[in-house]
Design a binder for this molecule. Sequence first.
Ligand code: SAM
Ligand code: SF4
Length: 332
Amino acid sequence: MQPPLIDPFARAITYLRVSVTDRCDFRCTYCMAEHMQFLPKADLLTLEELERLCGAFVDLGVRKLRITGGEPLVRRNILSFFQAMSARLGAGLDELTVTTNGSQLARFAQPLADLGVRRINVSLDTLNPDKFAAITRWGRLPQVLDGIRAARDAGLRVKINTVALKGFNEDELFSLLDWCAGEGHDLTFIEVMPMGEMGEEMRLDQYWALSDLRARLDQRLTLTPLAERTGGPARYVRVEETGQKIGFITPLTHNFCESCNRVRVTCTGELFMCLGQEDRADLRAPLRASDDDDALRQTIRAAIARKPKGHDFDYTRGVAGQMSRHMSHTGG
Ligand code: SAM
Ligand code: SF4
């Protein structure tokens, strides 16, 4: 038995988000440049290294693992990785989840369900096929809707993640909500974050404060705040008229840092102790230096001992793309 990971602010680290690739079959305008420079393959952790790394975190008390990217389901042989993680379910790990753009779900939903995945997050910013093609550049809406249906048919609980984008999906607020209610999906809105250099001046123009979005919901619906806390930046309400649950992720406010229970690992094995800070630890070196996990565990512990109290996002400085890394690198 290893002692659990506790940070300097007495927060137990029980949730790991792992980006298994920086590649993606979409090019969402707020996430990637159209002609992205991806990392050299040799820099990426192999699936076996990812397995060892996640296994080490589970040994250290991580109970929830979310697989993300880039688009996790475009990584070759990704099911073998899920298979290995699935073996830890009930043996340290409580939950194995995925965040996906849905493009590959038609073929992966059932195998994922068979491996013990119970819930998935699917990103969907619009139900209009033309707008969908415009915002994702390379994505096609029917393919994603097919994927979402396959997920539901496989018994997966689907949560839709929608990035709130000024002038883009403001007019779809209620149609998205109604569609999710009809399909039985929860819905979470995400405030757009200043991540990565896009070479475009878009980010600040796209910013639609969730306080405004919520005020618009309030005008038509009765929203009851829920006590539910995930340790992350989401806050939930219940719509009394439909019973639907709506989440709001506002990473630019500090309202979640005190209860932060999570860390992130990139596809190159960099451990970020905070989404909004640059400090990181290289886990690839100890992984590759030795077959036993002692050095790896020591590096993880030393990093958690430096986990900061909170982040430093600040739009008031008026700089888009403040965090030099892309969301697809850290994993959203
Ligand atoms: N490709 C998968 C997907 O789109 O769900 C997983 C990775 S993606 C980086 C994870 C989440 O981050 C998505 O919900 C996406 O909408 C969100 N995201 C990407 N860039 C963002 C940004 N600049 N601000 C806020 N959310 C962002
Ligand atoms: Fe790909 Fe997801 Fe980024 Fe869109 S948000 S480009 S789907 S990684």
